[in-house]
Design a protein around this ligand. Sequence first.
Ligand code: ATP
Length: 452
Amino acid sequence: MTAKTMDELVSLCKRRGFIFQSNDIYGGIKGLYDYGPMGVELKNNLKQAWWKSMVYERDDIEGIDAAILSAPIVLKQSGHEDTFSDPLVDCKSCKSRWRADQLIDKKCPNCKSTDLTEPRPFNLMFKTVIGPVDEGSSFAYLRPETCQQIFTNFKNILDSTNRSIPFGVAQIGKAFRNEITPRNFIFRVREFEQMELEFFVTPGTDDKWHKYWTDNRLEWWISQGIRKNKLKLLTIPSKELAHYSKATIDIMYEFPHGEEELEGIANRTDFDLGSHTKNQKEFSLTSNVLKNNTSTTKLSVQNLEEKQAYIPYVIEPSAGVDRGVLAVLNEAYKEEKLHGENSRIVLNLKPHLSPIKAAVIPLKKNNEKIVNLSKDIKMNLQKIGLGRIMLENSGNIGKNYRRHDEIGTPICITVDFETLEDKTVTVRDRDTMEQKRISLDELIIYYTKYFN
Ligand code: ATP
């Protein structure tokens, strides 16, 4: 189980259409990747599983989908303009640039020189121009984390729903960080997706909720097919905490390149709602430029017993979609010895994550009757709505099985001459490779049962 090296995963991802280097035909850009036909399905399935467990299966969480471009004042107030930076060093010998905190023995990883500049802070946020003229002052940031718009929409959400504390707001979306050294495939990239929950609680109950969400998130990753012994909890030492955090626990996973963060669960206290509340007025008083951007909205809730307003604390489980995709791919990857010299690569993905739920393979691609019946079978299964069913257009059964093993398709259904006569198909199971004949009447029940 699991890939031996990252290269094995990279190669499978390219060969089978999961993930490609972005701008590939022009030489690529470091830290940017594109999801191909299989990758987009896997990624969507993982996001859907998260959304289901956060929003649909609970009664205390709402969802939003906010804009990516952020007004600078939001990221000023959140502390990102001042503190969201990594220490940058230049190698004076080979002119390469590195993150000082990731160097081993303070040596340049490229040429091993120790002749490096002093570290200086490098802000990781991308800027872009708003409007047709680049005046310098009218710019926006590409959000470096998805959560700030949950905080700025806090009152809108409270006013438009029936929520009271404790409750949460979930969001999945893109985030951008100008990483100094993007690396390890999709592990550290410059454009990625996050699945973030901001769960608002009464101060004083925050430690209890922090533990609750840490346990919940660990269990969720296990339910996505990640073995328990590959996951660890790491309590971040207080001197390394982000500026907004009172306590953070990282869920660490054994990636092919080493043990690293998959998700962070932070106790952000009332830092964000507080700073978006208390500074707004100061800004409107001190700066004309910012005046239009300010609001006097108080991001607080009423304590009905004590009849006074307070700012809730927030617990934030923040997971990377791309790191999640990498982890589930790695866990599912298996090179299996078959009889003789043969072997196969198979992705033992949890069926709900598989890009293709079932492949329908007409044994003779030129036989109209077989092809038409295959199309009907595909559409009948597709209508059930559990995910993509693929109609194969090549009759080479061996090649089809190999391909579908490698992309993790749980079931292959072969339609042949016998099907035309007795209305039965061959069903092959990905994991056991067992094949059995079942009738078309049974097929839908078999398929539905498999996924439930
Ligand atoms: P790291 O220490 O690895 O840089 P971080 O602590 O800065 O990560 P957070 O700010 O806690 O990360 O972001 C929440 C999640 O977003 C991370 O757990 C990770 O899964 C994902 N993430 C953060 N930065 C990146 C990146 N550059 N590429 C891919 N995913 C990322």
